[in-house]
Ligand binder design. Structure first.
Ligand code: ATP
Length: 455
C-alpha cells in the first residue's frame, strides 16, 4: 500500500478529524475523539447508512435500544461465560496477544475464528510460532479473557448490582423483535436496524480506530421465514456492496471473503466478510452472517416468552431466521479516509494532499472564499444562501492558493471564489477539488448547479 497508517493519522489529527482521547492528561490507551471534521463525516456516513438500510428500504425499520440490559440477555446470547478471546502472554517480554491473531498474522489465509484453545495451542507448537515483539518461543497457556465491561447499577456495589455494557447492538434488536413486529404489524420478511455504541474490553486494541474498546456499530437484523425461496443472504450482500459503491470505496481495496464451514461462529450458518486492505494488512470491515434462528430461540427459552411469528396464510407459527449485516462506524471511516487520502504532484515542483471523499461524505461540500477581506459582506451573502441547502464553510484567511490546498486537504469537493469581478457580473468561480479546473457560474444558478454535481 502506498501510504503508511502513521502518515494518514498525522494528517487527520492536524486537520481536526480525530484527536487522541484525554490528550492533555497523556491520553487513555486506544481512545480517540472525533474532532469537528471527523464528526461531520461520521454523521454523513451514519445518515447515509440509515437512509440506505432503513428509511429507503421497503422492508426495514429503526430502533434505539438501551446500552445496559438485563443480565439474562447476555446469558441467552452466549456473551456471559463464552464471550472471551483466547489470550496468551510471551513469558519473556510480557507482550499479551490473541492466539488466533498470532496465527492469522503469520498465515493470512487461515481463519481460526472457530478453533478451540487446544487447536490453537497445537498449531502454535507444531509451527513454532514466535513472539512478534521479541522473537522468543516461550508462551503461557491460552486462557479465555472476558470481553464485556462490567459496572454496577444503583448505589450498592455487590454481585446483584452488576450490569454489563453491551458488546454489540444486535441483542437489543432481538429482545425487541416481538414489540416491533406487533406495534408496526410487520409481516415477514422485515428487518430492524440500529446505530449505537458497543463496548468490548479488547485484548489487543490498536491500529488507530480499527479496533477500539468503545466503538459504534451499524447493525441490521433481517428476519425471514426459512421456507421463503428468496436468497436473502445474497440480497444483503448485494445491498452492502451497493452501499460501498454509493460511498465511492475503491473496489480494488476490498474483497468479499466467505468463511469456511470450520471457521464459522457456533451460531452462524454462513458468513461473508468484506475485507479491506488496510495499510497494516487485510481486516474485516463488514460482516454479513446468517445467524439462523439461534438468537430468537435462545431468548425464547431464557425469557419463556413466545417469540414465534404466526404466518397468517399457512396458520403456522415459525421462529424467523436472521441475516445480520454488521459494520463498525470507526472502522468504515478508517477505510474511507485511507481510500480518500492522496498525495499528488502539482506541476513540476509542487504537491498537494487531497482527500478524495465522496461529496455525500465530505465534512463540507462547499467552501466560500472571498478573494479579499473587502469582499466579505457580499461573499457572506452567497455563503448564507448556500448554507441553507449545503454543508458549507467560509474560508477567509491566507492567500487563495493556500486556501484551495486547505480545502483539498479536508476533502471539500468545490470552492466558490468571490472576486472583485463578482460585484460587477454577479458570477463566481467554481474550483473543482479533483480536476482543479475552474468554471464561472452565475450566483443565481449556484443552487441548481450544485444540486446537479454534488452526488
Ligand atoms: P474482529 O474479528 O475484528 O474482532 P468481530 O468478528 O468480532 O471483529 P463482529 O462482532 O462481527 O466483529 O462485529 C461487527 C463489526 O463491528 C465488525 O465487522 C467491525 O466493523 C466492528 N467492530 C467489531 N469490533 C470492533 C472494535 N473493537 N473496534 C471497532 N470496530 C469493531
Amino acid at each position: 500500500m502506498q501510504y503508511t497508517l502513521e502518515e494518514v493519522v498525522n494528517h487527520l489529527k492536524t486537520q481536526g478529524f480525530v484527536f487522541q482521547g484525554s490528550e492533555i492528561y497523556g491520553g487513555l490507551a486506544n481512545s480517540w475523539d472525533f474532532g469537528p471534521l471527523g464528526v461531520e463525516l461520521e454523521r454523513n456516513l451514519k445518515n447515509l447508512w440509515w437512509q440506505h438500510f432503513i428509511s429507503k428500504s421497503r422492508y426495514n425499520v429503526g430502533l434505539d435500544s438501551a446500552i445496559l440490559m438485563n443480565n439474562n440477555v447476555w446469558k441467552a446470547s452466549g456473551h456471559l461465560g463464552n464471550f472471551a478471546d483466547p489470550l496468551l502472554d510471551c513469558k519473556k517480554c510480557k507482550t499479551r496477544m490473541r492466539a488466533d491473531k498470532l496465527i492469522e498474522d503469520k498465515y493470512p489465509n487461515l481463519n481460526c475464528g472457530g478453533w478451540s484453545n487446544e487447536q490453537l495451542k497445537t498449531f502454535i507448537t507444531e509451527n513454532q510460532l514466535l513472539c512478534p515483539n521479541c522473537g522468543a518461543y516461550d508462551f503461557t497457556d491460552i486462557r479465555q479473557f472476558e470481553l464485556m465491561f462490567k459496572t454496577n447499577q444503583g448505589v450498592i456495589e455487590d454481585e446483584k448490582s452488576v450490569v454489563y455494557l453491551r458488546p454489540e447492538t444486535a441483542q437489543g434488536i432481538f429482545v425487541n423483535f416481538k414489540n416491533v413486529q406487533r406495534a408496526l404489524r410487520k409481516k415477514l420478511p422485515f428487518g430492524i436496524g440500529q446505530i449505537g455504541k458497543s463496548f468490548r474490553n479488547e485484548i489487543t486494541p490498536g491500529n488507530f480506530i480499527f479496533r477500539t474498546r468503545e466503538f459504534e456499530q451499524m447493525e441490521l437484523e433481517f428476519f425471514y421465514d426459512v421456507n421463503d425461496q428468496t436468497d436473502w443472504f445474497n440480497y444483503w450482500v448485494e445491498e452492502v456492496t451497493k452501499f460501498l459503491n454509493l460511498i465511492n470505496l475503491n473496489p480494488k481495496n476490498y474483497s468479499l471473503c466467505e468463511h469456511e464451514k470450520s471457521e464459522l461462529a457456533h451460531y452462524a450458518k454462513r458468513t461473508i466478510d468484506v475485507e479491506y486492505k488496510f495499510p497494516f494488512g487485510a481486516g474485516e470491515l463488514w460482516g454479513i452472517a446468517d445467524r439462523g434462528d439461534f438468537d430468537l430461540r435462545q431468548h425464547a427459552t431464557m425469557s419463556k416468552h413466545d417469540l414465534t411469528y404466526l404466518n397468517q396464510e399457512t396458520n403456522m407459527k415459525i421462529l424467523p431466521h436472521v441475516i445480520e449485516p454488521s459494520v463498525g462506524v470507526g472502522r468504515l471511516m478508517l477505510a474511507i479516509l485511507y481510500d480518500a487520502y492522496h498525495v499528488e504532484k502539482v506541476g513540476d515542483d509542487d504537491s498537494r494532499i487531497v482527500l478524495k471523499l465522496s461529496p455525500l461524505l465530505a465534512p463540507y461540500q462547499l467552501a466560500v472564499i472571498p478573494l479579499s477581506k473587502q469582499l466579505n459582506a457580499a461573499a457572506y451573502q452567497v455563503y448564507e444562501k448556500l448554507l441553507q441547502r449545503f454543508q458549507c464553510t467560509y474560508d477567509e484567511t491566507g492567500n487563495i492558493g493556500k486556501r484551495y490546498r486547505r480545502q483539498d486537504a479536508i476533502g471539500t469537493p468545490f470552492c466558490v471564489t468571490f472576486d472583485f469581478e463578482s460585484l460587477e457580473d454577479n458570477k463566481v468561480t467554481i474550483r473543482n477539488r479533483d480536476t482543479m479546473e475552474q468554471d464561472r457560474i452565475a450566483i443565481a444558478n449556484l443552487e441548481d448547479y450544485f444540486i446537479a454535481v454534488l452526488r
